[in-house]
Design a protein around this ligand. Structure first.
Ligand code: NCW
Length: 448
């Protein structure tokens, strides 16, 4: 009997994304995407790693699904590689790519594993980048065409759809800071990208409704609970601005149909505001069935005159961190869930990612004893439980990640998986955390 019993029908799952696990980067007609290109440029990625092979999931998916089955994991969030379906981003379909996802999704379903599909987890076809990528509004229409194709092919098979994963990362890391593909450093362009990505989300939700499909559709945002460093009013304002930058800039358009006024003012004053046509807002605000949230850490923020353009910067506290350098702060998840519940009308929430990278070691018995990850997960799940007890509408939890995988700019150095991947031979080793998670699922809750 579990001490923390979760609601009946609570979704317990694991998550991955196409570029991070599939490999087979140039097989069966797949087109080049922006991560293929970005990783091929020396200096962009830790030790110049790339996703050419990754976990070779493209070839090993059946074995991987057997592991899910063995662990009793019956929900799996995956993403589609757009360039496998449309090598150029639009136009001619690559039938082999379609077949791969047919096999993958049908195998999952045949084993009783419910798929949740993300349409865009960062791997834009390079051909579209050559046209300007998400900064070009034309790409919005190509995304809608791609989504329409996917809904026609897979709409009856897939009960949960996610339009985008983390538009903040897509826009800021990709177009403002240049540490993710396509590696551009132009803040104003990043805000244009964020808008176009949100617009494409709204258009795809509208399309989904018009096709009268039976599943649910939403978007996944990476959210950071923001706390002021001190009670000084300047720090309090800085925390609010940080919240506007990461959270409200995306939450408000999607759920309220408008950008937050304080941030609009700030960006306008800095001459960073792109074109944000009023008529787009109603589309972006198209009703979603759930909000997906990815939670890893919080931010503690102080006023910082020198920090462009927000005059706010994060403070690093001397608290325990994961291998990503992210502070472990489970209560931030509880606070975030309540914040969403209160400010966004009791919206239905799916936690589409939570998890931790640690420096896992395979011991001499071939075991990975990742009790630190179990601790991280257990503490976060307790906070989810607490929020649900308060009445927050959380319907499910997907652990990031099923497998160790290609961690973007960090290459293979960071291991988020509950299954260890030996990249020298593609062996999988089930970590202790995976067995622990299997028990959580079986008990529908936590023992302690
Ligand atoms: S990097 C990142 N992640 C990790 C990634 O593996 C996954 O694909 C993403 O959905 C784990 O979850 C997400 N998110 C970016 C978080 C913000 C990083 C801020 C960096 C500041 C320098």
């Amino acid at each position: 009997m579990a001490k923390y019993n979760f609601p009946k029908d609570f979704i317990w799952g694991v998550a991955t994304s196409s570029y991070q696990i599939e490999g087979a980067y140039n097989e069966d007609g797949k087109g080049e995407n922006i991560w293929d290109r970005f990783t091929s440029i020396p200096g962009n990625i830790y030790k110049n790693h790339n996703g050419n092979v990754a976990c070779d999931h493209y070839h090993l998916y059946e074995k991987d699904i057997e592991i899910l089955e063995q662990l009793g994991i019956n929900n799996y969030r995956l993403s589609i590689s757009w360039a496998r379906i449309f090598p150029k981003g639009y136009g001619e379909v690559n039938q082999k790519g379609v077949e791969f996802y047919k096999k993958l999704i049908n195998t999952l379903i045949s084993k009783g594993i419910q798929p949740a599909v993300t349409l865009y987890h960062w791997d834009l076809p390079q051909h579209l980048q050559d046209m300007g990528g998400w900064a070009n509004r034309k790409v919005v229409d190509y995304f809608v065409e791609y989504a329409e194709f996917m809904f026609k092919e897979f709409g009856d098979l897939v009960p949960i759809w996610i339009t985008h994963n983390e538009p903040w990362v897509v826009s800021m890391l990709g177009y403002a800071w240049g540490i993710h593909a396509p590696g551009i450093k132009d803040y104003k362009m990043a805000l244009q990208v964020a808008h176009n990505v949100l617009l494409s989300h709204g258009k795809v939700v509208r399309l989904y409704r018009s096709m009268d499909l039976k599943g649910k559709i939403g978007i996944t945002l990476n959210l950071l609970t923001s706390y002021p460093y001190t009670n000084d009013e300047k720090d309090i304002l800085a925390a609010k601005i940080n919240d506007g930058f990461v959270n409200r800039w995306f939450l408000d358009p999607v759920l309220k149909g408008k950008y937050p006024e304080d941030m609009v003012k700030l960006y306008r004053e800095q001459n960073l505001l792109p074109e944000l046509p009023e008529e787009d807002m109603e589309i972006i605000n198209e009703k979603i069935d759930f909000l997906g949230i990815n939670y890893y850490t919080r931010s503690v923020v102080k006023y910082d005159e020198a920090s462009y353009p927000l005059k706010a910067s994060g403070v690093e506290l001397d608290n325990p961190k994961t291998d990503m350098g992210w502070e472990i702060y489970p209560k931030g998840l509880y606070d975030m869930l309540n914040y969403l519940h209160q400010n966004y009308d009791g919206i239905e929430i799916l936690i589409t990612e939570n998890g931790a990278a640690f420096n896992d070691i395979v011991n001499s018995n071939g075991r990975v004893i990742d009790d630190y990850r179990i601790f991280y997960l257990n503490e976060h799940l307790k906070e989810v439980y607490r929020a649900i007890s308060d009445g927050v509408n959380v319907k499910g939890y997907y652990l990031w990640s099923f497998l160790d995988n290609f961690e973007w700019a960090e290459g293979y150095a960071k291991r988020f998986g509950i299954v260890y991947v030996d990249y020298t031979n593609q062996n999988r080793i089930i970590k202790d955390s995976a067995y622990w998670y299997g028990d959580v699922i079986k008990n529908n809750g936590l023992k302690e």
